[in-house]
Design a protein around this ligand. Structure first.
Ligand SMILES: CC(=O)SCCNC(=O)CCNC(=O)[C@H](O)C(C)(C)COP(=O)(O)OP(=O)(O)OC[C@H]1O[C@@H](n2cnc3c(N)ncnc32)[C@H](O)[C@@H]1OP(=O)(O)O
Ligand SMILES: CCCC(=O)O
Length: 445
């Protein structure tokens, strides 16, 4: 079938597509590097005509033009499923607000709740001969979003890698209302990671726990990527990938022959992921690569799917961990940092997998802009901090001073184990705090 006639009928300028938006609407901007550029610029020009428009998206790389254009904050509000550094800054100025979530559940929020969506717009690849636009590295929740939106606009970007998938990786022209041919902005890229000595120490301790044939998930942030780089130089073999976020470390591991996917119980030989963000080299690797499988997040992050993969190894970062083993990965007190993302999905799923393990890794200290160093192992989470993994969920915690498995430990054992991997400068203070909280009893070992 020839789709060119339909294509011409639906092709409009970004300005025409932006006219779909009315005051009071909810507009979804796609996801991560799929966030639409030209539509955003066109909508920003309408700032003074519109009031109370809510935008939704997440893990964005640039501040939306609509937010920059709105000086009073009365016209546009950004709502984020997961704050990148840009959104963190917007949130600190009340220009963005976080939507708490467990990432595996997000498609259901759209399909079944349902949350309102008046217009959905996302970047896609050019249409193929069968009438499909590929979502690039952002299958995530795009199909659920399209199914629940009153109007659907795709913004074609020739630079978008075509990411092959099992299902829900592309949208057919019949489901699209308007097509914009965008200005082909290069896909937002991150710099290749550089790793500290602390990252490498932590990574080495985790690598010791990984068997050959294990299936890997690496979380967002610097440290999980460092673990991937250490794995790339290890003797491990026949590893598999089933992750939420595809990152450069997986490319490095693949190129160094560590990943075959041969031992995966499902999706054998394929590296499965829900979205990806990395360097231009990573996008080139993802483009048309049948080794990779882009999939919706309610598949990648479903604890039952994760659990069906033997020896599942989940590696995620945290902001703070308290002496009870509660993990906070999304805020520091009421200061919002990022989001829960899929951390809990993977912590739960990995523990359910035969031989599976989940690792929460963090440097033992953090230094603020004034140069003050504080411990990330703290007596109790700060007032207002979100608990991302509750204490019974936490499996291994790793810092540069060691690793502990908290499953089955009583409160005093947890406190002792966590103090032992805290920075030495803070251990005495933590012992005093644990005594005050009546959870300290030094073991006789
Ligand atoms: C993606 C998957 O495959 S699945 C699941 C993974 N998802 C998750 O784990 C979600 C939660 N985790 C996260 O969002 C991230 O891993 C984080 C935020 C914990 C770490 O990410 P990184 O990018 O390495 O964070 P980074 O060290 O740059 O810190 C981010 C900010 O938090 C601040 N911060 C970090 N730790 C602390 C702390 N203990 N106290 C106060 N502020 C802190 C930093 O100063 C920085 O702030 P700034 O940008 O204003 O300077
Ligand atoms: C929601 C996207 C990122 C994450 O899980 O951390």
């Amino acid at each position: 079938m020839d789709y060119s006639k339909q294509y011409k009928e639906k092709l409009v300028t970004a300005e025409k597509a932006a006219e779909l938006v009315k005051s009071g609407d909810w507009v979804d901007y796609g996801w991560c590097v799929g966030t639409a550029y030209d539509f955003d610029k066109a909508l920003a020009k309408r700032v003074n005509e519109l009031k109370d428009v809510n935008l939704r998206g997440g893990v964005i790389f640039w501040e939306p033009e609509v937010i920059k254009a709105d000086e009073t904050g009365e016209h546009f509000t950004w709502n984020s499923w997961h704050c990148s550094g840009i959104e963190r800054k917007m949130a600190s100025n009340k220009r963005a607000f976080y939507i708490p979530l467990r990432y595996s559940e997000m498609p259901r929020y759209y399909r079944e709740n349902p949350i309102p969506v008046d217009v959905a717009v996302m970047q896609v690849t050019p249409m193929d001969k069968h009438g499909f636009f590929n979502f690039g590295p952002n299958a995530s929740h795009m199909m659920a979003l399209i199914e629940s939106s009153k109007k659907v606009v795709v913004e074609v970007n020739k630079n978008m890698p075509r990411c092959l998938g099992g299902f829900e990786s592309e949208v057919h022209i019949s489901k699209v209302d308007y097509i914009i041919e965008g200005s082909n902005t290069p896909i937002a890229a991150m710099k290749a990671g550089s790793y500290s000595e602390v990252d490498i120490k932590v990574a080495n301790m985790i690598v010791e726990e990984i068997p050959n044939g294990a299936c890997l998930q690496l979380g967002i942030g610097g440290m999980p990527n460092a673990v991937g780089s250490v794995i790339a130089d290890s003797d491990l073999k026949d590893l598999g990938v089933h992750t939420e976020m595809y990152v450069d470390a997986f490319v490095e591991m693949t190129e160094k022959g560590k990943i075959t996917g041969a031992k995966k119980n499902i999706d054998r030989f394929r590296q499965t992921y829900a979205f990806g963000a990395g360097t231009k080299a990573m996008y080139d690797f993802m483009d048309d690569n049948p080794m990779l499988m882009s999939a919706p997040v309610d598949y990648t992050n479903d604890a039952r799917i994760i659990a069906s993969l033997d020896n599942f190894i989940s590696i995620n970062n945290a902001v703070d961990v308290d002496l009870f083993g509660q993990v906070s990965s999304e805020s520091s007190g009421t200061k919002h940092i990022s989001g829960a993302g899929g951390q809990l999905d993977f912590v739960l799923g990995a523990y359910l997998s035969n031989g599976g393990k989940s690792f929460i890794c963090l440097s033992s200290t953090v230094t603020d802009k004034e140069g003050k160093m504080t411990s990330r192992i703290i007596p109790t989470l700060k007032e207002g901090s979100a608990v991302t993994a509750a204490r019974p969920n936490t499996h291994y915690v790793v810092t540069e001073y060691g690793k502990v498995n908290l499953k089955g430990l009583s409160t005093w054992q947890r406190a002792e184990a966590l103090i032992n991997i805290a920075h030495p400068d803070f251990r005495e203070e933590l012992i005093k705090d644990a005594e005050k909280m009546k959870i300290w009893r030094k073991s006789n070992k």
